[in-house]
Design a protein around this ligand. Structure first.
Ligand SMILES: *[C@@H]1O[C@H](CO)[C@@H](O)[C@H](O)[C@H]1NC(C)=O
Ligand SMILES: *[C@@H]1O[C@H](CO)[C@@H](O)[C@H](O)[C@H]1NC(C)=O
Length: 272
């Protein structure tokens, strides 16, 4: 990208933070035109290896079909912002489902989307104090799908928003590729207070409060990590999980030919 595009995008980011994201947008471009099947397959070089339990579960078409249920995903802001949002989403789900290791073929960041469900869950992830989304007897709300959706209080509202019974039939998230991608996009697009949505952070709609500024929670990829798992990973300099998330993002933004934007890390951010 040229430095003038970069400048334009920075201005757009500032401008949209003050006046709303719609204030500065490029024409509508479908997600499938921003990321082709061949680029997608280059990101996920090993997802269909026999070594990966999610072999054939995360095809390009399912990703594109799911994205159509979220019209603002990857279509907001200038071109670089859109590509950066898609890269951030794919990087975070790659960390959640990675099959990579330090000396893996093609490097650790070529192994996203290798798993579709948690292999040895520590529990059935039932928060029985949550009466709004009660657990169904015998069901496990363990990590499933690209974002490894977990807990009854996520399966319930995700299912309600997407049209499946998340409490009685959580298994569908590891059985239906389009629904699986939709649960990850639902998590990405939905604000769960006091956290902003990952989408609003990546496209410049998020405006930090005074508390957020005091906690170093300024916009950037690190803040998205904070939203997803900050309670366990943020505020810890050199955390290996955070660095793994960053490694995927750096590889994907490079393949997209866009910069990563500021605040990659959450090492000095307080969790929400
Ligand atoms: C689909 O879900 C059922 C439970 O409803 C489960 O027993 C089965 O293993 C799942 N199939 C796949 C392919 O994951
Ligand atoms: C904010 O970041 C700075 C370093 O950049 C650090 O010294 C400070 O402790 C951080 N504040 C919080 C609340 O974590």
């Amino acid at each position: 990208m040229t430095s003038s595009t970069l400048l334009l995008c920075s201005i757009a980011l500032l401008y949209s933070a003050s006046f709303g994201a719609e204030a500065w947008t490029s024409p509508y471009i479908p997600v499938s035109s921003l990321i082709s099947k061949s680029l997608y397959d280059k990101f996920f070089l090993h997802k269909d290896d026999t070594a990966c339990p999610a072999k054939d579960f995360y095809p390009y078409d399912a990703f594109i079909r799911a994205s159509k249920s979220f019209p603002a995903f990857g279509t907001t802001g200038c071109l670089a912002t859109r590509k950066r949002e898609i890269a951030a989403f794919l990087a975070q789900i790659s960390h959640e489902t990675t099959g990579g290791w330090a000396t893996a073929p093609d490097g650790p960041f070529a192994w996203g989307l290798c798993f579709k469900e948690e292999i040895s869950p520590q529990s059935n992830y039932c928060d029985s104090t949550n009466t709004q989304w009660p657990c169904f007897p015998g069901k496990s709300y363990k990590g499933r799908g690209p974002i490894q959706l977990s807990w009854n209080y996520n399966y319930g509202p995700a299912g309600k928003a997407l049209g499946f019974d998340g409490l009685r039939n959580p298994e569908i998230v590891a059985n239906n590729s389009v629904i699986a991608f939709k649960t990850a996009m639902w998590f990405w697009m939905t604000e769960q207070k006091p956290k902003p949505s990952c989408h609003n952070v990546m496209v410049g709609i998020y405006v930090p409060t005074e508390d957020d500024i005091a906690a170093n929670r300024t916009a950037g990829y690190g803040l998205v990590t904070n939203i997803i798992n900050g309670g366990l990973e943020c505020g810890i300099p050199g955390d290996a999980r955070v660095n793994d998330r960053i490694g995927f993002f750096e590889r994907y933004t490079k393949l997209f030919n866009v910069d990563t934007g500021p605040n990659l890390d959450c090492a000095y951010q307080k969790p929400f």
